[in-house]
Design a binder for this molecule. Sequence first.
Ligand code: SF4
Ligand code: SF4
Length: 218
Amino acid sequence: MTSEMDPFLAEVMKLRGGKDVLECYQCGTCSASCPALPDMIHGPRRIMYMIQNGMEQEVLSSPDIWRCVSCYSCMNRCPRGIEITVLFSELRRLAIQKGYVDDKEAEFGQAFTVTLAQHGRQFEPELLARYYLRVWDVLSLLGMVPLGLKMLVKGKLPFAPEHIQEPQALQEAGVIPPAKDLPGGGWIDQVIALMITVLGFMDALVKLASGKKEAQHG
Ligand code: SF4
Ligand code: SF4
């Protein structure tokens, strides 16, 4: 039977979260539960339909797979138990692997995923730096520095990333791809490491200055 199956459908069924795609009976619960639907073109229900019909180009080049915020609403409510959130994560990986990714939204999605994979939580300064470096938009990155510094000093942004105890649990849950599939290494990681060191140094200076102020007033 597999030999007659559409190759893209067969490929998706081998992905994590993909084995039950043929069980989807288009009830629409996933799309009705999706907080990102207003920003999507198709929504998860239609993405499932397109997968069932072997529409590789439409699925893998769809911005919808990058607009998914991995909230698990669809997956928790699907009456067929389809692991939609996990599958969307896999579709993003497949889109990168097959070269369907060439727009800024997808670059942002990758910057988001890599940052999340590093710490288990988002770290906004790193996310923005990774994104602007990926799209070679250094001018925009530099343009954000004054605002970013102001927010850091006022405590609106953290100086250092927070870490969860077991970031690998996110990979096991399918929120982010396995480490081997993440784009990593290279000069962007080195720039980010330098940035985090500089931010740590600034954090220490700010704490020192506020400590001195308190001592003068105390
Ligand atoms: S909730 Fe499940 S069965 Fe219903 S349309 Fe979505 S994927 Fe298909
Ligand atoms: S996991 Fe993604 S596709 Fe599913 S409801 Fe949340 S945002 Fe929508």
